[in-house]
Design a protein around this ligand. Structure first.
Ligand code: NAP
Ligand code: F7E
Length: 346
């Protein structure tokens, strides 16, 4: 009898948890931020739908690394296909949409300017329209970026008062999306938020981005698998944080009473050269200059020389702050690459 009552109670609890579970639709689920965000939402009891494109060979490696592959429901959609986004919003009516999908590599955005605009700008308009028509209570997060500031700063830092001056087709495409996100809030009363995130990295950062290119290269050199790393501008400075910390800020933005836009960064900047030095130091190599070659192929037509956030207001409003510092981030990424390559060697 006691056992019977317990089982009834347990089933009721599971059922009510199931009907109460919030739902989130995450675009860009296979990238870097998608898996970390999915983990955070799943841990909070969300049902997570992850948008994937149509692939011949889908790659779930990043989701496997974070341990969430199999816990997400995958749904097919493409940021360039308006009707696919309309159908997803209409059928799922999620509580929250996190739009992380993008052609996010600045370096390719000059050669792929049209595609970059279609995905990063028009795709956002399609999603916002779908929410407006089919699910106006859905809360919307837009992955905005410090690249929108470009060369613009006030006293060496970027915050809410800094005007945008993007320097790449990527940055320009994100400015459009930023303002559309604001405009749908102001015009139609939608709950939309822009997270203006500064660079954030992790062991599952795409291999083209400079941090991962360096940590992978350092691991290869340490293991005798490579002899050099070829890089572009070593003097560029970035405000680098850990992706796992930054997805918490995304989530918090959609839990506020009022929608708004937020700067997310560490407030510290380091040069590419400092990142290189720290990565080599971590594996006990001090003569890093012997291994690094500058290569004009990796210079950009227009550079963003220095990005450094002032995240104070966001920290106060959201009660958020980064937990992983620069040296810990470098160490985490180098260690992960060494481990990955050692496993491949076996
Ligand atoms: P990422 O690793 O490049 O992931 C982007 C994802 O978008 C990929 O999974 C990609 O899918 C997907 N995608 C690209 N085109 C698509 C399309 N047409 N339809 C559907 N999905 C598409 O980027 P991330 O580092 O996770 O960044 C997430 C978001 O934050 C991006 O919007 C980025 O621009 C923005 N952001 C990033 C940073 C940063 O430092 N990481 C800073 C500020 C803002 P495939 O896997 O199929 O290619
Ligand atoms: O470059 C310099 C390069 O490609 C950082 C994206 O997530 O963050 C990212 O954009 C810096 C630049 O990132 C190489 O010139 C030198 O100054 O790692 P990156 P990014 O361009 O800052 C922003 C916030 C985003 O929103 C973007 O989506 O490093 N650099 N040598 C190099 N960069 C690369 N990739 N490769 C090099 O060999």
């Amino acid at each position: 009898m006691i056992l019977q009552n317990y089982l009834v109670y347990k089933n009721l609890l599971c059922y009510s948890l199931l009907i109460m579970a919030k739902t989130a639709l995450v675009t860009g689920i296979l990238g870097q931020d998608g898996p970390y965000l999915a983990k955070l939402l799943l841990d909070k009891g969300y049902k997570v739908y992850g948008v994937t494109r149509r692939y011949s060979n889908p790659n779930f490696e990043n989701l496997e690394y974070v341990g969430v592959h199999g816990k997400i429901q995958y749904v097919e959609g493409d940021m360039t296909d308006e009707s696919s986004l309309m159908n997803l919003i209409k059928s799922l009516r999620p509580d929250e949409v996190y739009n992380l999908a993008a052609q996010s590599f600045v370096g390719s955005s000059w050669d792929l300017a049209k595609m970059t605009t279609e995905v990063n700008s028009l795709g956002v308009l399609y999603l916002l329209n779908a929410i407006k028509y089919f699910s106006p209570t859905t809360r919307f997060y837009q992955a905005s970026t410090s690249e929108m500031f470009g060369t613009s700063h006030i006293n060496g830092v970027q915050d809410d008062n800094t005007p945008f001056y993007p320097r790449s087709p990527y940055g320009v495409s994100k400015v459009y999306a930023y303002w559309m996100t604001v405009n749908f809030r102001e015009s139609f009363g939608l709950f939309t938020a822009n997270g203006i995130l500064f660079n954030h990295e992790s062991p599952i950062r795409g291999i083209q981005f400079v941090t991962r290119k360096i940590t992978d290269g350092v691991a290869r050199i340490k293991l005798g698998l490579a002899e050099e790393i070829r890089l572009g501008n070593l003097d560029a400075r970035r405000d680098w944080g850990f992706a796992g910390d930054y997805v918490e800020a995304m989530y918090l933005m959609l839990q506020q009473e009022q929608p708004g836009d937020y700067i997310v960064g560490t407030g510290e900047s380091h040069s590419v050269k400092e990142f290189v030095e720290a990565a080599f130091r971590h594996v006990g190599i001090t003569n890093w200059q012997d291994y690094v070659k500058q290569d004009p192929r990796f210079m950009r037509p227009a550079e963003v020389p220095d990005l450094k956030s002032n995240p104070k207001e966001t920290m106060d409003k959201l009660g958020w702050k980064p937990k992983v510092n620069f040296d810990e981030l470098v160490a985490m990424m180098v260690d992960a690459d060494v481990k990955r390559l050692e496993a491949l060697k076996k």
